[in-house]
Design a binder for this molecule. Structure first.
Ligand code: RIB
Length: 352
């Protein structure tokens, strides 16, 4: 096909996409010259540059960013793989990642896996097929073998929120065990005499660590019995169901610590349905620090994770790794803080 015909087809919209080869033919230069003009690297004389730019305009040529990335070895994209973007913890985390990535010239592909192992693995494969420069991963099925494979394939990775093991990759997360102990200390300080814990799904490392921290904090008390533990699932409904079962076993509980804020929201709703006053009869404390805990009545006391800091630090570490900095594989564990509100007795204040 003659280039002029191609130009006509472009004009009429009948031609889908001109290529760098078409531009080179129309301008009567090499593909390398067109590439130098597009990427503004290397010398091209004025007359030739004008011919190339005219051809680009006539053909409405759009450089393919993936092809361009392949040429330079960088696509300036990253994948953010999360288990549940409907949970405000993860959407607030995604906000921080996108702010940090876009301020450094990177585009983020957001992948939601519903904590499904196959979806997690499938997304990792799809993101590799799209030549992302690196992966930010929060989930619980990425274990040592998968991480070693990504290392061998030289795909930079930072794991968020849940450490898959000791120092096998870069991790950014909160100090969950200490956070659970901080929650128990607060309930004891305000006078609770019998404290229960609604814990998250035990296949998730953060839920296991908070349960461990809770047990370490209460095991010496005479009132403690394992029947003060009730399984939840990190959802609002899970918190509602768990508190109902708990109070059937222990109607004299006067303090409840939930493994995340969504379960605390559910527990609060159930306690209201049971006409139990919070905090007068039962004090309630959650974990995460999501904004929803500020709109309930009473507002919910919580152990706030530095969600935004986790997201932005993880993103900056990943970009450093993408751009060649040699970073030690280590877990960056960030402190949490107690945010006291109306669901526990005591004045509103922040304690680290
Ligand atoms: O609310 C979701 C929970 O899953 C958070 O506590 C976060 O740490 C993640 O592990």
């Amino acid at each position: 096909m003659k280039i002029a015909d191609l130009a006509v087809l472009r004009e009429t919209g009948e031609c889908s996409m001109a290529t760098i080869r078409d531009v080179a033919k129309l301008a009567n230069v090499s593909i390398a010259t067109v590439s130098r003009v597009i990427n503004q690297n290397g010398y091209v004389n004025g007359e030739t540059k004008k011919k190339v730019n005219n051809a680009i305009e006539l053909l409405k040529y759009k450089p393919n960013s993936i092809a361009k990335g392949l040429a330079s070895g960088k696509t300036k994209t990253m994948a953010l793989i999360l288990p549940d973007i409907s949970n405000p913890f993860f959407s607030e985390l995604a906000r921080a990642v996108e702010d940090s990535a876009s301020s450094q010239g990177y585009t983020v592909f957001l992948c939601n896996t519903d904590s499904d192992t196959n979806k997690e693995k499938d997304y990792i494969r799809k993101m590799k097929d799209r030549f992302v420069d690196g992966i930010l991963f929060a989930g619980h099925t990425l274990q040592e073998p998968e991480i070693k494979t990504l290392e061998e394939e030289k795909i930079p990775l930072v794991v968020l929120d849940r450490a898959p093991g000791e120092d096998i990759c870069l991790v950014v997360r909160s100090n969950n065990r200490e956070g659970a102990k901080l929650a128990v200390r607060h309930l004891l300080e305000i006078g609770c005499n019998k404290i229960a814990h609604i814990y998250g799904p035990q296949e998730v490392a953060t839920a296991r660590e908070r349960l461990l921290g809770f047990e370490e904090a209460v095991k010496e008390f005479s009132w403690y019995t394992p029947s003060l533990l009730e399984q939840g699932d990190f959802t609002i409904k899970g918190g509602m169901d768990a508190v109902g079962l708990l109070l059937k076993r222990h109607p004299d509980v006067d303090g409840i610590f939930t493994g995340n804020d969504l379960m605390a929201l559910g527990a609060l709703k159930k306690l209201k349905q049971l006409k139990i006053k919070v905090p007068d009869q039962i004090s309630l404390i959650g974990f995460d620090g999501i904004e929803l805990t500020e709109i309930t009545e009473p507002e919910i006391t919580t152990i706030a994770q530095p969600i935004y800091q986790i997201g932005s630090l993880a993103t900056s570490l990943l970009i450093k790794k993408i751009e060649g900095s040699l970073l030690l594989h280590k877990s960056h564990e960030i402190d949490v803080e107690l945010v006291v509100r109306g669901s526990t007795k005591g004045n509103s204040k922040v304690i680290s």
